[in-house]
Each structure stands twice: as structure tokens, then as C-alpha cells.
Design a protein around this ligand. Structure first.
Ligand code: SF4
Length: 472
């Protein structure tokens, strides 16, 4: 049940590039996050680079010894009275949730922001099965009202202007138009408060799962996650295998990096540490907590020495904020649940490489993503790795493969190289002053005309002249 459609990446890039309004909105929002992040680091965290090194070490150690920490986590969950499921793929995860909701007689569900539930297409699945599902993070709520997908992993409605949100609220709730953020927020809060009170179950993601204590950590800014996980009798956590951290102090260390990288905040407004189900005073029945950990292709990455670092990601969104491609086209162009640089290297593993291969070409390889990544993932090298895999699997266009094959042969064979150079020279009348015009390709670049004399012939001529001079 993949919730990505990355096949049309190239076409969507063209479409989004011509949307000037969208480009302005995305540029403004990402620029704000970039400057806030830099300001916080410069003013408050002089040890930033050391923290990044430490975070990289923690993530690398965890992923290399994942099975050990996973077993430790399960033991703690059992001791703490938390039920647990491992879901191999999206459809497994969705059916586990459905079975749980039916067995608890749930009709209404409130959700706090979770990219993993986007990945498995949970909302659509539950609605098809008759459940009422309400997103309670304001950005996610806006996206749900607009019947769209998030365009950023931490700011789902980043692509929308406040005027568009004002129009949306006015249309959906039949209220007077306003684009004042505080009025819109107040209105949403009134509606959502009732949803929390009436919900039978709350579904959340998790930022970290602490192996030594079995603690589930959730960071947020609106308090909606805390209401979603404490008011209903059933709390379902849906998260993915890479969220495990060995110790509480490791988690606290990573918490120093996550909000700064994400929004430029030193710490988010709410950080919830959940260890055991809540016990109501004077009641026999305690709350029930169930954790579902999703694999969806990630265990292949655990075994892959070259690409395992993709799993170090703590989903801060800094790589997309700083990516010149994301800034120009926004998140929807990617067609994947996870957009931007991290999406381009993760999606081919959780989707199929053939379908998602183009994403890795949507990069200038400038390395800005790797420079800001708080856990030091070598993102630009991973992008090259996906390109390499795609070529090895013969997923690149035939014409491209033929050209590169010829180029490789000519580089290895001097006679062939000379012959091809001469052939290109023979074709030079076809070249105009600005280069050869090739349909489609020449819209953005040109094929430069070959030099009148090749470097090799020039060199030979020079050597002969020098020899003659020396012999005089
Ligand atoms: S790859 Fe790095 S910068 Fe990008 S979302 Fe993950 S942790 Fe953040």
C-alpha cells in the first residue's frame, strides 16, 4: 500500500517551477527556518559541531547493533505493560491498527502528526473502514481540510499562504473570511477541543524509543500530541525501526539537535516522556498503549554498510530547508511522503528503486544538505549511491547508456578515441556559434562545438616543433 507516487517527478518539477506564487511561499518559509537555525547555533550553542559528531556516533552505534537494542526495548515494553507489534509493511501496519480499533469498539480517532502514518496511508485506510479520523496538529488539520498531502516533514502546510488558509476555513466552516493567524488558530482550537474530548483512541508517532527504559519520546509545539495520547483510553504509537536510541542520555543529547535544526528553537514547547499506561485514580481500567514498529524495507538498509547511514535521520527537515531544489519546487513535486534530500535517498528503499530513481537526480550535489544534517548523514554521497544503483540496474534511458558506453570504450581505446574525435570534427558544420541544438535538451543547455584542433593533435604538433628547435 505505497502512499508515494514518484513516477511523475520530472513533469511535476516543470509544473511547480512555473508556479511563481508557490516558489515565493516556499522560499520565504525555508529562508526563515534557515536564519532562525543559524541564529540559535551562533548565539547559544558554540559546541554545535562536537554535538553533531557525538550524534553521528550514537546513531551509527545504534544502527550497527540494532537487534541488541531492539531486544532490550521489547523487554522494557513488556515490563512497563506496553503491547507491541512489528509490521513488515504498510498493509500489515494498517490491518493491525484496524483490528485494534475494532476490538476496542473505537469509532472516533484523533491523531497527532506522524510521517509514518502518512507513509502507510493510514487516514485513507481508516476512513474507508468507517472510522472518523481527525488530524490535530494545526498544519496537518489544514492539509486534511484541503484534502492534500504534507509538503514538508515538520511543516506540512508550508506551501500554503495564510490567505489560502483563510479562504479554506471560510469555505469549509462557512465563517467570515479572515487571514489573521491568531483568529484562525483560535477557531481550529475550538473545534479540535471537542474532537479530543469525544475521541475513543489517539494515534501518534514517536521521535525516539529509548531501549534502556522503554520510554517513548514525542516532541511537539502545540500540545495536541499530549491531548491525543492522554485523553483517550487507547493510545497507538506508530513509528519506524530507526527511532530506537540506546539510553535516555543519548535521547537527551539528540534532543539538543532536533528542534534547533528543525525550527531554530532551543527546545520545543512540549516534550512528552511516556513510560507506562496512565492509571485512572479509583478505576480498575488503565489506559492501553500499543506500539507498532514499521519496517517497510528499512531492515535492508540496516544490513547495507554503504547506505545504513540513511537510517540515522531524526526527521528534522533541515536538509530540505537548505536544498536549492526543494526551495524552488516545494515538497509536492517529489510525489513522495518524504520530500527533499532525505526523501530522495530514503524513498527508493521503502518504495521501489525503479519508480523512485529520478528523485536522486533532483539535486545539484552542492552538499548543503550534508553540511546542515545534525547527525552528519553523507546525503550527497547517498544521492550518488542511488544514481549508481539505478545505472547498475539498467534503469537509466537506453540512449544515455549507449552514449556512456561509447564514451567508456573510447576512453579505454586510444584508436577509437581518435576516430570519434575526428568524427565529431567532421560534424562541426552542424554546430552553430552557441553549440549544437538538440531538441528538448538544448532548452536549458547546449552541446559546445568541438575545438578546431584536438588537444592531442595540438600537443603532438607542439612536441614536434620543440624537437625540431632542439635539433637545430
Ligand atoms: S537527513 Fe539529516 S537534515 Fe535531513 S531530515 Fe534527516 S536528520 Fe534532518
Amino acid at each position: 500500500m505505497p502512499n508515494s507516487n514518484t513516477k511523475h517527478f520530472k513533469a511535476l518539477i516543470r509544473e511547480k517551477l512555473s508556479d511563481k506564487k508557490l516558489r515565493n511561499i516556499v522560499k520565504k518559509a525555508t529562508s526563515h527556518s534557515i536564519s532562525k537555525r543559524i541564529e540559535t547555533i551562533n548565539n547559544y550553542i558554540p559546541e554545535w559541531e562536537q554535538l553533531r559528531d557525538r550524534a553521528n556516533f550514537i546513531r551509527s552505534k545504534t544502527m550497527q547493533n540494532w537487534e541488541f537494542y531492539f531486544e532490550q526495548l521489547l523487554k522494557k515494553f513488556r515490563e512497563n505493560g506496553i503491547e507491541f507489534f512489528y509490521a513488515n509493511n504498510s498493509s500489515d501496519a494498517c490491518s493491525i491498527v484496524k483490528t485494534l480499533l475494532f476490538s476496542f469498539g473505537v469509532k472516533k480517532v484523533v491523531k497527532s502528526k506522524s510521517m509514518v502514518t502518512e507513509e502507510i496511508g493510514l487516514n485513507e485506510y481508516l476512513e474507508r473502514n468507517g472510522f472518523e479520523v481527525t488530524e490535530t496538529d494545526l498544519g496537518e488539520y489544514i492539509i486534511q481540510l484541503a484534502n492534500e498531502k504534507p509538503s514538508h516533514i515538520t511543516a506540512p502546510a508550508l506551501h500554503k499562504s495564510r490567505q489560502e488558509i483563510g479562504e479554506l476555513f471560510s469555505e469549509k466552516f462557512n465563517i467570515d473570511y479572515t487571514d489573521a493567524p491568531e483568529k484562525l488558530t483560535e477557531f481550529a482550537r475550538l473545534i479540535l477541543r471537542q474532537k479530543f474530548l469525544n475521541a475513543d483512541a489517539g494515534i501518534s508517532g514517536a521521535n525516539f524509543l529509548v531501549a534502556e527504559t522503554g520510554t517513548i519520546i514525542i516532541v511537539e509545539n502545540e500540545g495536541n500530541a499530549r491531548l491525543s495520547i492522554t485523553l483517550p483510553k487507547l493510545h497507538i504509537v506508530i513509528t519506524s525501526i530507526e527511532k530506537i536510541v540506546p539510553t535516555l542520555s543519548d535521547a537527551l543529547m539528540l534532543l539538543k539537535l532536533l528542534p534547533v535544526s528543525s525550527t531554530g528553537q532551543k527546545i520545543t514547547s512540549y516534550v512528552s516522556f511516556i513510560k507506562k499506561p496512565l492509571q485512572s485514580i479509583g478505576s480498575e481500567n488503565s489506559q492501553k498503549i500499543v506500539v507498532i514498529i514499521l519496517d517497510n524495507g528499512r531492515s535492508k538498509l540496516l544490513k547495507n554498510d554503504k547506505s545504513r547511514s540513511i537510517l540515522y535521520c531524526i526527521k528534522c527537515g533541515a536538509c530540505m530547508n537548505n536544498c536549492p531544489i526543494y526551495q524552488s519546487v516545494g515538497g509536492h513535486a517529489y510525489g513522495s511522503v518524504y520530500p527533499g534530500p532525505i526523501g530522495s535517498i530514503l524513498t527508493p528503499w521503502i518504495n521501489t528503486l525503479n519508480e523512485s530513481k529520478d528523485l536522486a537526480y533532483g539535486s545539484t550535489l552542492c552538499g548543503a544538505c550534508s553540511q546542515v544534517c545534525p547527525v552528519k548523514i553523507d546525503i550527497h554521497n547517498q544521492l550518488l549511491g542511488i544514481r549508481k544503483l539505478s545505472i547498475e540496474n539498467k534503469y537509466s534511458p537506453l540512449i544515455e547508456r549507449v552514449i556512456f558506453k561509447l564514451w567508456l570504450l573510447s576512453m579505454k581505446n586510444f584508436k577509437l578515441f581518435t576516430l570519434l574525435s575526428k568524427f565529431l570534427n567532421f560534424l562541426s558544420p552542424l554546430f552553430q556559434e552557441s553549440g549544437l541544438k538538440i531538441p528538448f535538451w538544448s532548452k536549458y543547455k547546449y552541446f559546445p562545438a568541438p575545438a578546431e584542433i584536438s588537444f592531442h593533435s595540438w600537443w603532438q604538433k607542439e612536441v614536434k616543433i620543440k624537437e625540431r628547435i632542439n635539433n637545430v
